[in-house]
Design a protein around this ligand. Sequence first.
Ligand code: ADP
Length: 502
Amino acid sequence: MAGTATIETTTNGPRGKAASQFLQGGPKKLLIGGRWVAAASGKTFETVNPATEEVLALAAEADKLDVDEAVKAARKAFEDGKWPRMSPHQRTRTLLKIAEAIDAHAEELAELETLDNGKAISEAKNIDIPAAAEAFRYYAGWATKIYGETNPSSPSMFNYTLREPVGVCGQIIPWNFPLLMAAWKIAPALACGNTVVLKPAEQTPLTALRLGELICEAGLPEGVVNILTGFGPSAGGALAAHPGVDKVAFTGSTEVGREILKASAGNLKRLSLELGGKSPNIIFADADMSAAARISMLGIFMTQGQVCAAGSRIFVQRAAYDEFGEKLAALASGLKLGNPLEADTKMGPVVSREQYERVLGYIGHGAREGAKVKTGGEPASLGRGYFIKPTVFVGVRNDMKIAREEIFGPVAALLPFENEDDAVFQGNDNDYGLAAAVWTRDISRAHTVARRLKAGTVWINCYGLIDPISPFGGYKQSGFGRELGRHSIDLYTQVKSVFVKL
Ligand code: ADP
């Protein structure tokens, strides 16, 4: 092993006043029809700080009865309420208010995100929270730009299309970017005039609930956004299967995506699925090696590797393989791992005990399969919390479990390749197809490889850039449907053709 990550002692850390106030106010409630209510069953569950294993707050545990109520409220708001019929300019103003409220509460939201998820506060502050505000701002602009078309019918007819909202949208999101995923889902749905029932992940309910408060304060009519905290199979399953829901948008694992697909079949819901990945990050020997190593390191270790588009299979051309391995391991082992509330921490804990055990299980498997741990490969013993050292495996083959399956943790697999065909073949030889990257100074090869890779996003000489202007989603078992850009507008509208006899 080439060194050990710098480790800081974990403390509970400072808490801003606003975040502490939010955490102190008793069990968190569900947002249904504009009111904050306890679950019908009265049940609650604990949300835990993964850095300290302490309970942060209790959240209401929604089940089928609460889903029924929330869907009823969303249906009423859609059929009778003013939101779908509101002037698009007014919808723009409301979405902009939400964006401004996120900006105004950025410190508090970042702190809540870090406490609940474990990601470094610098990431929450610089990425998650501003990007969530940006998504609302971006889709605020779209509300006034959703056009129909006029079509060349016969001279005695006039044909035009209307783009109308889909209706009640059930949105189920994961724990890795809790507020950002809520924004990606809620903002375009609202821009198009839909109503929403959102279910955040049970591991990280806090920022979605705080967003719910900010949304209410921004003056959104009651019932337009409903938020249900609860578990996957019960609350999420009931939402995916509910006959009163017109569309389901899901981000999460491929395994659960399959369940959602089945559950949504009853009333043929429109469905978009953004699922797992095992993205190839391909580095040719002519690439700028220090940039490639630095950015690839972020591409796999950001948010402790719990990113669906993480560059978890790093393919390096054989001539540069050893050099790159040294560079990556040195960078990884220098990352400061520790209390995620500290400004200079680069890596916090993984999100939960379950995830911690799962990731360590994969690391053990990798070693047993014959891959070699270049750095990391073990928990960081800080006394408490789910900390795992950033891990780089070398000598990995593409048929090993650690190269085939999504680990969703801080584990990079380094694989050698010979030439362009080999890189493309190995890169594509996986069930997933969410993202990929290619590093080379040869412009023609960069674009050719980008075309040949079966992935929804390809980065050339960079990694991980996501911007609301550009679509995001998967090929193969990484899902279907594209979010962001104009594509979310397609997901959240349906087209009506109108014929007029002249
Ligand atoms: P991860 O593997 O990242 O934990 P999951 O796919 O398990 O992601 O969870 C993503 C979201 O899906 C969470 O909100 C979770 O509660 C929800 N979920 C899990 N199982 C189901 C299910 N059977 N039906 C609907 N939603 C589910």
